[in-house]
Design a protein around this ligand. Structure first.
Ligand code: SF4
Length: 404
């Protein structure tokens, strides 16, 4: 599998013109499991109601099931005690509710970050990161960073995931179940996931349909009920998909990986820029803001002597003038396979001050979880190396079996 974004892959994105149908009309082709039984976790709540109706059951059964799946974290139809015995047996015959298997669970020494590696039914793995922030809404609020693809095709040079290529898109349930599995795990500690960010492995907007379906399931009031404003989607800058997202008018947060304010450098760091250069990206941001009225967060991975100079900061300031923007400055996390260095704190501070002189709000992301390989994709990559050596141990479903 290639580790870079090939021109044919980019051309596919270009062809993925977004304006034909709304997402609710889009048919999910991944709802069937083993060709006979329906995967109910791939269905939106209103689709579940339709599915029950199509099988001669009252639509309110769907609401009961949603509560079992997303509020009681139940994984077995036979334990859904407010359904009749006959219906439970019928569901077992007609449908499935798969779950992710937890392979590893690491906690940073500081306790601020936890990493989860899950195994998918096809044997692939994905990575999910839980961060405990103190913010203006209170202490220790949990933010979960989830993945949308197995690997990533975008090939950003500073990213462990981009160095491994992409294998496939995650299904809707595989995205949702990262939240469900971790929520189930931390509920026993009296904790709750407050925010979900689509910033893990993969380009969420390259898996557009399943990403948006998963957002709607996470947000549904009878399910996990995570507020749309507490959900953030991050993109490397797939312009057509950004415009498609704008048409959805979802009040979620959009984050764009910027990392450079001139095309030459950005193309070197992020191959996607060759297809969607900064002029198109910024034009799409203006359109998105006209469509949604929402501020956009720009992520800027600060790399010593690469993109952290005063001139770079001025270029960012000029580029974002006129955009309702927040710039999140991320001093580079060390990543195997890329020799870029993290700038000194004083350089980051000077960079930040210049950006703010343009009237742009900024934040500097805290360094979290370096001791557990917190850079995107590192845990999966490390684990894949272990798998290649056939020494991995299967741990079992989250919350059902303990790790050894
Ligand atoms: S930074 Fe994001 S978009 Fe870029 S390669 Fe990594 S996962 Fe993909």
């Amino acid at each position: 599998m290639t580790s870079s974004l090939t021109s044919s892959r980019l051309a596919e994105e270009e062809r993925d013109r977004p304006f034909s149908r709304s997402q609710d009309e889009t048919t999910d082709t991944t709802t069937q499991t083993d060709s006979a039984r329906t995967n109910l976790k791939n269905l939106l709540p209103h689709e579940l109601a339709a599915w029950f109706g199509a099988h001669g059951e009252k639509p309110f059964r769907a609401r009961q099931l949603v509560k079992w799946l997303y509020q009681k974290y139940e994984q077995d139809f036979l334990r859904m005690t407010d359904l009749s015995g006959a219906l439970r047996e019928r569901l077992n015959t007609l449908a499935v509710i798969p779950g992710l298997d937890l392979v590893t669970h690491q906690r940073a020494v500081a306790g601020d970050t936890e990493k989860f590696l899950f195994r998918l039914p096809d044997g692939n793995t994905l990575e999910t990161v839980l961060m405990h922030f103190d913010d203006h809404l209170g202490p220790g609020r949990a933010t979960l960073c989830i993945s949308t693809q197995v690997g990533c095709a975008m090939g950003c040079v500073f990213c462990a995931s981009g160095q491994s290529g992409v294998l496939r898109n995650l299904e809707t349930w595989e995205i949702v179940d990262q939240v469900l599995s971790v929520q189930r795990l931390i509920a026993s500690r009296g904790e709750r996931i407050a925010n979900v960010v689509y910033m893990g492995i993969g380009e969420p907007l390259a898996n557009y349909t399943n990403t948006i379906r998963s957002v709607k399931i996470l947000n549904h009031e009878e399910g996990l009920a995570i507020g749309m404003r507490h959900i953030a989607i991050s993109t490397s800058g797939l312009v057509p998909a950004m415009l498609r997202l704008g048409l959805e008018k979802l009040p979620l947060r959009l984050a764009i990986s910027l990392h450079a304010a001139n095309n030459e450098l950005r193309s070197a760091l992020m191959p996607v820029n060759k297809l969607y250069p900064l002029e198109r990206l910024i034009a799409a941001c203006h359109t998105y803001q006209q469509q949604t009225g929402r501020r956009i967060t720009f992520e800027y991975c600060c790399i010593r002597d690469i993109n952290d100079s005063d001139a770079d900061a001025h270029a960012v300031g000029r580029l974002l003038e006129g955009v309702h923007a927040l710039l999140n400055i991320i001093p580079l996390n060390p990543v195997e396979g890329y020799n870029g260095q993290r700038p000194a704190p004083a350089r980051v501070h000077a960079f930040q001050q210049i950006i703010e002189s343009y009237g742009i709000k900024t934040t500097v992301r805290q360094t979290m979880g370096v001791d557990i390989a917190a850079a995107c994709g590192q845990l999966r990559r490390n684990e894949t190396q272990v798998i290649a050596g056939r020494t991995i141990a299967r741990v079992g479903k989250v919350g059902l079996e303990k790790r050894s």
